[in-house]
Design a protein. Structure first.
Lengths: 231, 231
DNA sequence: ATAGAATACGAAGGATCCTTCGCATTCGCG
DNA sequence: CGCGAATGCGAAGGATCCTTCGTATTCTAT
């Protein structure tokens, strides 16, 4: 079997001189432009190089493959989005439920922001989705969300809580992707985000309830039900 | 601009003789095999023809393009899934909430069933996703679910109810897709389906509550809250 | 049996793509 | 100033693909 590619999906070499640093930056910017304007189908190494005013050869000097370039874009996007969302989830000034609601809204908006880029990345996803590097990335996010859920569902058994966290994370990511793929306008996105947030909150509360009930008479006087309950 | 393709995505001609009917059937079966075994990338008209023991030319006699063939597969899959799910949603022997729960479970399982096919179809989705035929198809499902929601949320204003229906449908489809893409085993899928169903139910109940509250004192003695409430 | 329609065939035209590699340029520094 | 290293270049090799079209074969109905 000679199916496995040898070239990893990570960067090939690191730029050391200034001009190459700039070159890599130019390529990345051009790549974003090409991807969002031309779509995944027409995303070509040569086209990216042209758009960047650079030779294809130079591109391959720093990215071992088209796959790698795409993965880099995906990674950058993901990191930018989660740096913001992560902060919200950790913002102690808000109640856990409020944080969740805000995070969902911001996430949806963020996905919409670069809709065409996201869509194209998604179409191209098959090219790098299976790489171990990609999987590792998602894992980090998952842990972050699980940690946040400790605050959200303190009295729920670990296994159940982790499942709930995964469910909400997956549902949010999948739904936002599908919704923004249709290029909705801002109010529409906000409406969806709000409904979804309401859904996650309702779910989380129901999990808290059933879990507390299952702890039978062990009424350890858990610290007043978190989150605003509907007035 | 010569970008628009002239060939529609629908079938080219209908088989009239027996041998051609068989041929089309063979092609479709072969296409499914190729897609699930080789993946979207290696899904080729020539390969499908070979797998079917047929000439490429014959394939193009009945499918105007590769796109069309893929669309047909997608359509068939979708129809099969929804014929089952639709029945459940209409089964008057069960309470609306029970129907929703059962439908979610069946939908998830159905998606898992042909996971590799679904995944490949999804990867190839960019090729036909935008076709009007595809959009029309989704629309029908949406209407079905909205109709079902009339039973689920009788007292909720139309606009709000439709939104809720769309949210649940989209969330379910998107989540199931993402989850089954990772090839989970049966128990795992069931667990996810159950959690998701719980989530949708919690959401629906919260919508029912807020809507009823907003109808202020208009306590029109709505027919006892549907669905089992947790004991 | 036979013409005309329906089918089937599959080599080849025409398009892209991805990636490499030998060479040319530019940098950093002694 | 001059040289080795770092960069940059882009034509061309090597792979696939999609789709068409001129022919050949098989049916159907008369």
């Amino acid at each position: 079997m000679k199916r496995r590619k040898k070239t990893s999906i990570s960067a090939r070499k690191t730029p050391v001189q200034d001009r190459s640093t700039r070159l890599v930056a130019d390529i990345l910017e051009a790549a974003v432009r090409v991807l969002s304007k031309e779509g995944a189908r027409r995303f070509t190494t040569v086209r990216v190089a042209e758009e960047a005013g650079v030779s294809v050869g130079s591109l391959y000097q720093y990215f071992p493959s088209k796959e790698a370039l795409l993965f880099r874009l995906q990674t950058d996007e993901w990191e930018e989005t989660w740096s913001v969302v992560g902060e919200i989830l950790a913002d102690a000034r808000l109640s856990p439920v409020e944080r969740l609601e805000k995070a969902v809204l911001v996430f949806f908006r963020s996905e919409q922001q670069e809709a065409s880029l996201r869509a194209a990345l998604d179409d191209a996803g098959a090219l790098f989705r299976d790489a171990p590097e990609a999987h590792a990335f998602v894992e980090v996010t998952r842990r972050e969300v699980r940690t946040f859920f400790v605050e959200l569902l303190p009295d729920v058994p670990d296994a159940r809580r982790s499942l709930a966290a995964d469910v909400v994370l997956t549902a949010m990511a999948a739904t936002a992707e599908k919704v923004t793929a249709q290029r909705p306008d801002r109010p529409t996105v906000d409406a969806w985000a709000k409904e979804c947030a309401a859904m996650y909150v309702a779910y989380v509360e129901s999990v808290a309830l059933t879990a507390r009930r299952e702890t039978v008479t062990g009424t350890r006087r858990s610290p007043a039900p978190r989150g605003r309950r509907p007035r």
